[in-house]
Design a protein around this ligand. Structure first.
Ligand SMILES: Cc1ncc(COP(=O)(O)O)c(C=O)c1O
Length: 382
């Protein structure tokens, strides 16, 4: 028996997290897991649903109707875009299952999916699982999309382009104009732009992010939006997210979604529904605290500028520094893990452009963040 994915293709993020979990006293700044748990009002709502026995059975395949309706309503309130929640929204077991299901549906063997370099490590594996080939377009020197490069790589085998906006690991925000240029180029072709917006609420310094939903009506045939509650509501373990697309797309992807999971976990769908009662208040609190953590991280990591250099993330919750003294990020991160007990993600896990870098998540527990940075300081200065 042989899995289509090679051992080295298990995302480096999860590899480091796994390796770190075997060592006691590790400060993990690796996987993107927020410090907060699921907010109390959501917990209470879900507990009540469990007590009443309303979480025991499957939901319908696309997800609980009230939840899909709330997702659509939020887009209507925030963006004045009407979405037919019955036919255009599917609740999934997290953003990654949404992306996998879409890729399994649309890809034929050896078709290409374009990714930005660097980007979220797991996209690569999802493409290969779907028998496709990832093709990379490097971000420019400002960590922005090089639209001309993306367009020049589109060919008869291209089936999709996946963009995480805001981007993991760079914290870049891509403008809607750039997204539109890509959509204009694929308009009328059998190519999809999958926009993953899981970090849409984690913004710093008053930076503005414009959702792809504003382009949805015009580019419906080519645009698929993905989001989840993992990051915003501390639900990484609950596995709940969604994709939004034209009904001609959702009706095909639904068959794959059914074959994979039947429906997203029902207690998690209820949790997602309860999030709408507290959405803006909760996000406001999280954003304020994240801004403090980002500023703290930058301030402390700046003290290590003889060894590393980095840009200021505008969004998401990662810093993506470059080692000034080595290109061997994987070996160096393993050495740091074993010698100093800090788990970092090697940058090459995010694409070639990440070589020589490492990623830290500043949204982890503050004790891990402060002790991790302190240990890094001692490691570099030894
Ligand atoms: C850009 C991006 N998309 C998707 C995910 C996974 O989200 P989910 O937990 O909803 O599957 C992550 C997790 O780190 C991510 O960084």
């Amino acid at each position: 028996m042989k899995c289509i994915l090679q051992d080295e293709e298990m995302s480096l993020i999860k590899k480091v997290e796994l390796e770190g979990s075997k060592i006691s006293g590790v400060s993990s700044l690796a996987q993107g897991v927020p410090w907060y748990g699921v907010p109390e009002p959501i917990q209470e709502f879900v507990m009540e649903k469990i007590r009443k026995g309303e979480t025991n059975r499957y939901s319908i395949v696309p997800g609980i109707p009230e939840l899909r309706q709330q997702v659509a309503l939020r887009y209507y309130k925030n963006n004045s875009v009407e979405v037919d929640f019955e036919n255009e929204i599917v609740i999934t077991a997290g953003a990654i299952q949404a992306i996998s299901s879409v890729l399994l549906t649309i890809l034929e063997k050896d078709e290409e999916v374009m990714l930005l370099d660097p980007c979220y490590a797991s996209y690569d594996g999802c493409i290969k699982l779907s028998r496709g080939n990832p093709v990379y377009s490097s971000l420019d020197e400002n960590l922005d999309i090089d639209v001309q490069d993306v367009l020049s790589k589109i060919n008869s085998k291209t089936k999709a382009i996946i963009i995480s906006n805001p981007n993991n690991p760079t914290g870049s925000i891509f403008t809607i104009e750039k997204i539109k240029q890509i959509l204009d180029a694929i308009d009328g072709k059998d190519i999809y732009l999958i926009l993953d917006e899981v970090y849409d609420e984690f913004l710093y310094d008053g930076n503005f992010f414009e959702s792809g939903i504003n382009l949805y009506k015009k580019y419906k045939k080519n645009l698929i939006l993905v989001n989840s509650w993992s990051k915003t509501f501390g639900m990484t373990g609950r596995r709940v997210g969604y994709f939004l697309a034209d009904s001609n797309i959702t009706k095909e992807v639904l068959k794959v979604h059914d074959g994979l999971v039947t429906c997203a976990p029902v207690h998690s769908q209820w949790a997602a529904l309860a999030s709408f009662e507290i959405y803006d208040r909760w996000i406001g609190k999280v954003r304020k605290e994240l801004q403090k953590r980002r500023d703290y991280t930058i301030q402390e990591m700046n003290k290590l500028s003889s060894y590393i250099e980095f840009g200021t993330p505008k969004a998401a919750y990662f810093l993506f520094p470059r080692f000034k003294y080595t290109e061997k990020d994987y070996e160096e991160c393993l050495k740091i893990l074993h010698e100093s007990k800090v788990a970092l993600v090697p940058g090459s896990g995010f694409g070639n452009r990440g070589r020589g870098h490492f990623r830290i998540c500043f949204g982890r527990d503050f004790d891990d963040l402060s002790s991790g940075i302190e240990k890094l300081g001692k490691y570099f200065n030894k």
